[in-house]
Design a protein around this ligand. Structure first.
Ligand code: SF4
Length: 355
């Protein structure tokens, strides 16, 4: 259990967007208005898979300036980058670690002919994490990999560490092809479309192919449709205008799914608190804090809900100072016997939101 003090949210209409940011804001426009650099990393989950994703993105970044040409070079850089991200490595902390590593290696070293070998430069160029900006500066971003064929845009590859398919379709076997591309999550498809827009702005042509690379290295590709790209860019421009015109309540699209991992959830007045479960959330003002004999404690909220800390706490002073403060607590577990009873888990974080 950790305690994090967060500053109140401030508001600012963004002048520019990144493909991933724009996509995130499209789901709830209010996110586009909220700004609080102090609160970066509300850290709503303890996610080693995300740390491994960072390793892969850092390697792509390194590859863009100092090209990685061989497996040996890849392995050395992987090891150094992994240590930077997590002392002792991530091998035993992330499910399917070997698949992620293989997929990263494949993304950097494999050529589109399907053969896993050292790269040549005759026909194909792989540009990793290359900065691209629209001519008016409205959109900026770095696709994981831009593939050029004879100097012209051919393919954009975006590497994903999570589930790539929408949740509302039956389970599918891993394979590649346009049929599967139709079932990838909207946010991943949109991100590829916005990268395609940036490519057209910088190279004068849209790429032919858009690809999501899954954790096991499977490539799911579809065609780049120009009307789809320009339609999405228009939606984002309208969204930006709405941020200056509409009230907060009109911009907010709260839902259990949207708010679940939203960075602004600890302080957002429109948030939906997910149902407490093994990793549920809870919020309220701490009206009472009882320190118990074995160094554990119970916090009582103004709603009557009580959260029990089953382990001894090393920093009871900080816990006692939370009395009277508005709190947002994530990853609590509901008691089976008491409807208002909860316990902290090892992933719980208490957010003390300053007023
Ligand atoms: S917490 Fe929910 S309503 Fe508030 S900004 Fe995030 S997604 Fe939107």
């Amino acid at each position: 259990m950790r305690i994090i003090t967060v500053s109140p949210l401030t508001k600012q209409v963004p002048e520019r967007f990144s493909p991933s940011g724009a996509n995130w804001i499209l789901k709830c426009h209010l996110r586009g208005l909220f700004k609080n650099t102090n609160n970066k990393g509300y850290d709503l989950k303890n996610n080693y898979a995300a740390a491994l994703g960072n390793v892969i993105h850092k390697i792509l970044d390194i590859n863009s300036s100092n090209r990685i040409n061989t497996e040996e070079e890849f392995n050395i850089i992987w090891q150094l980058t992994e240590q930077e991200e997590q002392n002792g490595g991530l091998k035993y902390l992330v499910k399917n670690y070997a698949r992620y590593k293989y997929a990263g290696k494949r993304l950097i070293l494999k050529e589109p002919d399907g053969v896993f070998h050292e790269r040549s430069n005759f026909l194909w160029q792989f540009l990793s994490e290359r900065w691209l900006a629209s001519s008016d500066g409205f959109l900026r971003g770095r696709p994981d990999t831009l593939v050029l064929k004879n100097g012209l845009p051919y393919e954009i590859k975006d590497y994903k560490t999570g589930q790539v398919f929408r949740e509302d379709i039956p389970e599918m076997s891993a394979d590649s092809g346009a049929d599967f591309y139709d079932f990838i999550k909207d946010e991943y498809r949109n991100q590829l479309l916005l990268y395609a827009y940036l490519v057209r702005e910088n190279y004068g042509f849209f790429p032919t192919k858009l690809t999501v690379v899954t954790p096991d290295g499977t490539e799911i590709s579809g065609p780049c449709i120009p009307d789809e790209v320009t339609g999405l860019v228009s939606r984002i421009r309208v969204m930006q205008q709405n941020l200056t015109k509409l009230r907060e309540g009109e911009l907010a699209s709260p839902s259990a799914l949207n708010c679940r991992y939203c960075n602004y959830k600890p302080d957002c007045p429109f948030r939906i608190i997910t149902e407490p479960g093994p990793y549920g959330d809870i919020a309220g003002t701490a009206v009472d804090i009882n320190a118990h004999t074995f160094g554990n404690f119970t916090i009582t909220l103004n709603s009557g809900q009580k959260i029990f800390m089953p382990q001894p706490c090393a920093d009871m002073d900080s816990v006692l100072k939370l009395k009277g403060k508005p709190l947002f607590i994530n990853n609590v577990k509901q008691s089976a016997s008491h409807p208002d009873g909860y316990s902290f888990t090892k992933f719980s974080i208490i957010y003390n939101v300053q007023q």
